[in-house]
Design a protein around this ligand. Structure first.
Ligand code: NAD
Ligand code: FES
Length: 296
């Protein structure tokens, strides 16, 4: 059992929980995710890790309720309650954590954080800051009320640029416009990490391709069970088939087939759609069970 120490509304429909999970807190690296389970019978929900404190043994999760389980998290779980299970850290750590100091120092990094996607950007910026590497961050939100983690981000990034779709706070327009404006103003970047809605990551990649800026995206939104077993997070990266939960969640955004991933995610939501995917692709999963080899 994993005790919830704090549970609060961060903004709009976005919630934060601080959970006691010492083993996860000790091992979590930026880019990784975890799976939560409210009780024995509830479904497994993959969530990104927003922050971790190995000394206190706590992790922060930030999420937006979309299905029954995450709505139950908001309605039923308060400080003092427990998750039945918190499994992690899962997935591959961010590419940044595997680079040498020389490689890191050669990067001019811009993070593009869209809405709830600001949460998984924070640990990456924090990790870089702890290693003496600077970065800029664009936080994009629909309106002023939906901007999250701005103050926390300012403590770990060189510059934080906030932009709102309706211009109610910070700059006006979507993150892609903000990036183009920054480049026009003379900011130079050669490495971008974009985390947010799929459509944002797709258009960010189209923008960064014009400027030859390497771009990493997080394909977390297409994950369902987070274990390599359900096949939901299958995607095409270059000419390879990958699974976001096992091979990612982070990939080279210029190689990701976003249109296919978004179409697949839509199909996966209905039984008929799932049947169509099985018909088109076979019973695709990663083969993480070790028994069948999946479709690799
Ligand atoms: P949102 O719809 O409010 O969008 C956030 C920002 O993305 C916008 O303010 C805008 O600047 C930018 N954006 C949106 N559409 C764009 C477009 N067409 N072109 C350029 N920029 C665009 O975001 P939200 O409601 O907070 O986010 C919800 C989504 O974020 C969910 O789909 C969730 O799955 C996803 N998410 C992704 C990750 C990840 O790891 N990639 C993590 C958490 C949440
Ligand atoms: Fe099910 Fe990746 S989320 S296989």
């Amino acid at each position: 059992m994993f005790k919830i120490l704090e549970a609060r509304n961060l903004a709009g429909n976005i919630y934060e929980m601080v959970v006691e999970a010492p083993r996860v807190a000790k091992r979590a690296l930026p880019g990784q995710f975890l799976i939560t389970k409210m009780d024995e019978v509830s479904e497994r929900i993959p969530l990104t890790i927003c922050d971790s404190d190995p000394v206190k043994g706590t992790i922060d999760i930030v999420f937006q309720p979309v299905g029954v389980s995450t709505h139950k998290y908001v309605d039923c779980l308060k400080a003092g309650d427990y998750f039945e299970d918190v499994v992690g850290p899962l997935g591959q750590p961010s590419e940044l954590t595997k680079m040498s100091m020389d490689e890191l120092k050669s990067l001019k990094i811009i993070f593009i954080a869209g809405g709830v996607g600001t949460a998984p950007v924070y640990p990456q910026a924090k990790w870089l800051h702890e290693h003496g590497i600077g970065c800029d961050v664009i936080i994009g939100a629909k309106t002023k009320d939906l901007v999250i983690l701005e103050e926390k981000m300012k403590k770990v990034a060189d510059n934080v640029f906030v932009t709102t779709d309706d211009g109610s706070y910070g700059r006006s327009g979507m993150v892609t416009k903000c990036l183009e404006d920054l480049i026009a103003e003379g900011h130079e970047y050669n490495y971008c990490v974009a985390i947010g809605p799929m459509i944002m990551m797709k258009f960010t990649c189209l923008t960064t391709a014009k400027y030859n800026i390497k771009t990493i995206v997080s394909m977390n939104p297409i994950m369902v069970d987070g274990t390599g077993m359900c096949g939901a997070c299958r995607l095409t990266v270059g000419d390879e088939v990958k699974f976001a939960c096992v091979d990612g969640p982070e990939f080279d955004g210029h190689k990701v087939d976003f249109n296919k991933a978004m179409q697949r995610a839509t199909l996966y939501k209905t039984e008929e759609g799932e049947a169509m995917l099985r018909y088109q692709e076979g019973a695709t999963h990663h083969g993480g069970c070790g028994n069948c080899g999946g479709d690799k």
